[in-house]
Design a protein around this ligand. Structure first.
Ligand SMILES: Nc1ncnc2c1ncn2[C@@H]1O[C@H](COP(=O)(O)OP(=O)(O)OP(=O)(O)O)[C@@H](O)[C@H]1O
Length: 351
C-alpha cells in the first residue's frame, strides 16, 4: 500500500508534448482513473509510474521513495494490460505463480497464495488449463490473479476490459470493483470509457491532449464539469451544449429559450443534461422542436429533437411514444443549466 505523488511530470518526444505538467497526489488505497480520448496521454502517464517510460521532467514518488531512477521491477507495481500478457505454454496455475518465482518468494507459500488469488477471481476450476483453452474474460481474470498474487504496493491497469464483449465487460468491471474493495491497494486505471471511470473511480482525472482538464470524484465531474470538453465527455448521452446569448436573464439560442437565468448579458454556451429537461404535455410557453429520433431504453425513452439545426437529447418517461417529425414540447429549467464561456469553454458560475 502506498501513496503516489506525481510532481509536475511531463513527457516530451522532441517538440511533441505527450503529457504536460501532470501534478497530483494519489492517496494510499485510492482507485484513480485516468480518462480521456485516444492519444490524450493516459497510457504515457501510467507507463511513467511503472517505469516503462522515463519522465522528461518532474518527480515520481511511490510511498516514501522517489522512483524516477528505479527499474520497473524495483517499483513494486503490478500491471494488467488489455492484451493480458499471459504465457501460452504455462497453465493457469503456473501463470499466476510466475511473479512469485521471479521475485523468489518463499516456495512454501506459493501454493496457498496461487490458490487464494485464483479463488478471488473465480478460477479455481481452471488451474490446469492453458490460456488458449480459456475465454477472453477468463484470460483477463488470470492476468488479474497474477497481479494480485504478490500483493504489490500499486496496481496499474491499462484498459483491462477493452477486449471483452459488452456483457463480460460489465461483469468483470464489477469484479474489479469488488476485488479492489477487498484488496485496498492504490490503483491507477486507464480507460477511454466514461462509464468505467464513473463506476470504478474514487477520483477521475479527465485528460485532453496531454493536459489535465479536471480532477474530481465521479459526482463532482458529472455535476460540475470544469469546461465543455469534460461536460461532453462525461455522461451518455453527452451534455447538450447550445450557443447563444443572454439578455436580461433570458438565454436565446437557435430555437431554444431559457428564462430566469441569473447571469450577465453576453454570448455563452448553455449546457443541460438530457435527464434535466422535461417533456411537457402543454406546449404553451415552452420550447417546441421536431422529433429527430426516438430510442426505447427500457427504463426510459430517449428523445432527440432538432432544435434550430442542432440535435438536443431529452430523457422522457418510459411510456412516452412519438413519431419522428412530431413536435416535442419541452422545458429547460434555469436551475439545472450550466453556463460556459463561449470562447474558452471554461465553466462560468452556475446561474
Ligand atoms: N514513443 C513515442 N514517441 C512519440 N510519440 C509518442 C510515443 N508514445 C506515445 N506517443 C504519443 O503521445 C501521445 C499520448 O499517447 P498515449 O499512448 O499516452 O495516449 P492514450 O491517451 O493512452 O491513448 P490510447 O487510448 O489510444 O492508448 C499520443 O499522441 C502518442 O502518439
Amino acid at each position: 500500500m502506498a501513496e503516489i505523488q506525481l510532481k509536475n511530470i511531463s513527457k516530451r518526444w522532441g517538440s511533441f508534448v505527450g503529457v504536460d505538467n501532470f501534478d497530483l497526489t494519489i492517496a494510499d488505497r485510492e482507485f484513480l482513473v485516468l480518462l480521456g480520448p485516444s492519444g490524450c496521454g493516459k497510457t504515457t502517464t501510467m507507463r511513467m509510474i511503472a517505469g516503462l517510460e522515463e519522465a522528461t521532467e518532474g518527480e515520481i514518488h511511490i510511498g516514501d521513495r522517489m522512483v524516477n531512477d528505479l527499474d520497473p521491477k524495483d517499483r513494486d507495481v503490478a500491471m494488467v494490460f488489455q492484451s493480458y500478457g499471459l504465457y501460452p505454454h504455462l497453465n493457469v496455475y503456473e501463470n499466476i505463480r510466475f511473479p512469485l518465482k521471479v521475485r523468489k518468494a518463499d516456495p512454501a507459500t506459493h501454493d496457498e497464495r496461487v490458490r487464494k488469488a485464483a479463488e478471488m477471481v473465480e478460477l479455481t476450476d481452471f488451474l490446469h488449463r492453458k490460456p488458449a483453452e480459456l475465454s477472453g474474460g477468463q484470460r483477463q481474470r488470470v492476468a488479474l490473479a497474477r497481479a494480485i498474487v504478490r500483493k504489490p504496493s500499486v496496481f496499474l491497469m491499462d484498459e483491462p476490459l477493452s477486449n471483452l464483449d459488452a456483457k463480460l465487460r460489465v461483469s468483470t468491471r464489477a469484479q474489479i470493483k469488488n476485488l479492489s474493495h477487498e484488496l485496498q491497494v492504490t490503483t491507477v486505471y486507464v480507460t477511454h470509457d466514461q462509464i468505467e471511470a464513473m463506476t470504478l473511480a474514487d477520483r477521475v482525472v479527465v485528460m485532453k491532449a496531454g493536459v489535465v482538464q479536471q480532477v474530481g470524484t465521479p459526482t463532482e465531474i458529472y455535476d460540475n464539469p470544469a469546461n465543455t470538453f469534460v461536460a461532453s465527455f462525461i455522461g451518455s448521452p453527452a451534455m447538450n451544449l447550445l450557443d447563444g446569448e443572454i439578455l436580461n436573464g433570458t438565454f436565446t439560442g437557435k430555437n431554444v429559450t431559457v428564462s430566469g437565468l441569473n447571469a450577465p448579458n453576453g454570448p455563452v454556451i448553455l449546457g443541460f443534461r438530457a435527464e434535466d429537461a422535461t417533456v411537457s404535455e402543454t406546449p404553451a410557453g415552452e420550447i417546441a422542436a421536431p422529433l429527430y429520433t426516438i430510442e426505447l431504453l427500457g427504463d426510459a425513452t430517449m428523445l432527440t429533437v432538432r432544435a434550430g439545426g442542432q440535435l438536443v437529447s431529452i430523457k422522457a418517461h418510459k411510456e412516452l411514444r412519438a413519431q419522428i417529425g412530431d413536435p416535442v414540447a419541452f422545458n429547460v429549467p434555469a436551475a439545472i443549466c450550466h453556463l460556459f464561456d463561449h470562447e474558452t469553454g471554461g465553466r462560468l458560475n452556475r446561474p
